[in-house]
Design a protein around this ligand. Structure first.
Ligand code: 5RP
Length: 324
């Protein structure tokens, strides 16, 4: 039997995965018409990662590339507000304790986190203030939405299951992974363990020690390959400790920098440090020139172009596409 990993890595040791599973938790901007957006990109990717609705309803279960299907869900990016009658006393107590206005202080930390420039301490502050207004960790409360047999029936080669460590739901989401793994192993479906952090734990993306331990934990619970973040310094150790193929998450492109260069540098650095590929979504399909972007990323992964060479390729392709 050909197992899912052979299908996912059928073209060699490195892969370009296009992430498009975002609608499962309510990230829709840019993916309102998935087939229209994704089809021109498919010739340049090795694998499509998507959700069951997109696979069935937009592609009629027929994608010309192997598919990683989102198999965990049941949570969204929509916050769950704490009732006002509980918020008010907590806000008053905050003012008495600190002498500061709660809403103004919360707004400052929130802006910092949204800018992507918050320090770990600022993230922690934001997290504790946000807990007064919104139920904490709701995004982490994932359950399985598909079993391995369902994934096979839908025609996918692999499934993605997220794990939210350092949240209230770490045990539950590890159980999702382990449960899926037991089923998947029997029928040759590969399992991608996704190291998830969510907005309130975003600083962990840069924490090499957290990512090293997270990768090892997910592999121990049955992941065949890992999607995680490139934390910069120390990422080699993350890859080494996983001991299975690692693909790098894109995340939102940071504001105030050249988005194209940033994505190419992220991809290049990841490959240099031992990653087996990339799994970018918004950095590609939200880009102004997605076809040029995916071609440049592909050249980094498969042709060993460095970020500068890939940027030149990006500009060439972009000009050709604009002229035609
Ligand atoms: C988070 C995920 C998401 O579902 C998605 O694939 C993220 O893609 P990107 O951040 O590149 O837009 O798996 O880990």
């Amino acid at each position: 039997m050909q197992n899912g990993m052979e299908k996912i890595f059928s073209g060699g040791k490195r892969i370009v995965v296009l992430a498009s599973d975002h609608r499962y938790f309510g990230v829709v901007a840019g993916l309102e018409r998935p087939k229209e957006v994704l089809t021109p990109l498919l010739p340049y990717v090795d694998v499509l990662m998507t959700d069951p609705g997109v696979l069935r309803n937009c592609f009629n279960n027929s994608v010309p590339k192997p598919v990683i299907l989102r198999a965990s869900g049941c949570t969204t990016t929509m916050s769950v507000p704490v009732p006002g009658y509980l918020q008010e006393p907590a806000k008053l107590a905050y003012r008495e304790r600190t002498g500061k206005d709660f809403d103004a202080t919360y707004g400052l930390y929130r802006a910092k986190v949204e800018s992507g420039k918050a320090s770990p301490e600022e993230f922690d502050q934001y997290r504790s203030l946000d807990g007064v207004i919104n139920e904490p960790d709701t995004i982490a409360n994932e359950k399985l939405i598909l079993g391995a047999e369902d994934v096979r029936r839908e025609g996918a080669a692999a499934a993605a299951v997220s794990v939210y460590l350092r949240t209230h739901y770490q045990s539950q989401t590890l159980d999702n992974l382990a449960t899926f793994s037991r089923q998947a192993r029997k029928i040759g479906i590969a399992l991608l363990g996704v190291v998830a952090v969510g907005d309130a734990l975003g600083y962990l993306e840069k924490d090499a020690d957290f990512l090293t331990r997270a990768g090892a934990i997910l592999v121990a619970h049955g992941a065949d390959f890992i999607k995680t973040y490139n934390c910069g310094e120390g990422f080699e150790r993350v890859v080494e400790a996983c001991g299975v193929p690692v693909i790098v998450a894109g995340g939102k492109a940071p504001k105030g920098v050249d988005e194209t260069k940033d994505s190419l540098e992220l991809a290049y650095d990841s490959m240099q440090k031992g990653a087996s590929g990339i799994d970018f979504g918004r950095r590609v399909w939200r880009h102004k020139h997605p076809v040029a972007m995916i071609q440049a990323l592909r050249a980094v992964v498969h042709e060993n172009l460095n970020a500068r060479q890939a940027y030149e390729l990006f500009r060439d392709v972009q000009e050709t596409v604009v002229r035609s």
